[in-house]
Design a binder for this molecule. Structure first.
Ligand code: HEC
Ligand code: HEC
Length: 270
């Protein structure tokens, strides 16, 4: 049972990712892939840490900012002489212990902005489920500190989030906090796929990739399609330093209709 759960977990993390489109879009895998990472309250600290590490290094998108040097604080290594994140987390905000601080850093990143940095981190509960968030907290604690996250935290958060934390459509099934819709509205797809973490649209978004504004005047639809399907096929000029950061999984996650909606929309941005 335990081993089966781990297998399912690995499958979920591997396939679903932060972009969690798969289950709702590709009907043939729907029965194999649960849309939610479900731990029972008996989950061990080690299981949480392992799950959190995978989310941190992969689907969570954390390494886009953390680890590239100056954009965000280093979590895995020392920062300003205060140790790794698991060591310094308890000293950041007085009265807030490590676990509480880390959880808030993820779901309310604006509550305490680390000195010297811009408030560019997003509320991770929009893309990660409560169980995924607690796993990441456990992983961060394990980096130099004691893991105090338990299955009870996960269970409580899963219960509390019954109404759908991810801003899901009203009436969406309560259990699927990470459900993605099959919308073909390009802006909604971009929000769900997190394109705007890295790209700017109408002046809003992140500076990591080239702006979508004016993209259609520079690039053909074919080029845009290939850039989404195979981000590493070409590197945008001026963005060589960021090459390799765009997820290569959109081809599997977007339906054909969604991909075309994006391509058409982007080639119309003049
Ligand atoms: C868009 C860039 C970006 C992404 C993506 C991002 N972060 Fe951050 N993060 C920041 C920045 C900048 C700060 C410092 C400013 C602040 O506190 O908001 C920060 C702060 C933090 C802190 C507090 C660090 C400290 O020293 O106290 C933690 C913990 C953290 N992030 C974890 C994560 C995790 C885990 C993920 C992935 C689930 C993630 N971040 C994704 C940019 C990002
Ligand atoms: C984690 C950051 C990140 C995310 C998320 C991301 N991209 Fe990108 N994207 C980049 C970077 C960096 C480049 C430039 C480097 C390169 O070409 O590989 C790029 C390049 C592109 C290009 C080619 C632009 C050019 O001028 O050549 C297109 C088109 C594009 N992205 C579309 C998208 C779409 C659509 C999404 C969402 C479905 C998306 N990207 C999500 C980082 C990202």
């Amino acid at each position: 049972m335990w081993a089966t759960n781990l297998k399912i977990l690995a499958l979920v993390i591997g396939t679903l990712g932060a972009y969690t489109l798969v289950a709702s879009i590709i009907p043939q895998v729907q029965s194999d892939v649960p849309t939610e990472l479900t731990f029972g309250s008996e989950v061990s600290a080690a299981e949480l840490v392992a799950a959190g590490e995978q989310i941190y290094a992969g689907a969570g998108g954390c390494t886009t900012c953390h680890g590239l040097g100056t954009r965000a604080p280093n979590l895995l290594t020392d920062e300003g002489g205060q140790g790794t994140i698991g060591t310094r987390c308890g000293n950041r905000v007085s009265g807030e212990d490590c676990k509480a601080y880390l959880h808030r850093s993820l779901v309310e990143p604006m509550a305490h902005v680390v000195e010297g940095y811009q408030p560019i981190m997003q509320d991770m509960s929009r893309t990660l489920s409560p169980a995924q968030i607690w796993s990441v907290v456990a992983y961060l604690q394990s980096l130099g500190g004691e893991v105090t996250v338990s299955g009870e935290d996960v269970a409580a958060a899963q219960q509390a989030s019954g109404s759908g934390a991810a801003g899901a459509a009203p009436g969406a099934a309560a259990a699927t906090t990470t459900a993605m819709s099959t919308t073909t509205d390009p802006v909604e797809i971009m929000q769900q796929s997190q394109c705007l973490l890295c790209h700017v649209l109408r002046g809003q978004g992140g500076p990591i990739g080239p702006s979508f504004d004016g993209m259609g005047a520079r690039l053909t639809a074919d080029y845009i399609r290939r850039s989404i399907l195979q981000p590493n096929a070409d590197t945008a000029s001026g963005f060589a330093a960021m090459a390799g950061t765009m997820p290569q999984t959109f081809g599997q996650q977007l339906s054909a209709a969604q991909l075309e909606a994006l391509v058409q929309f982007l080639s119309q941005q003049r």
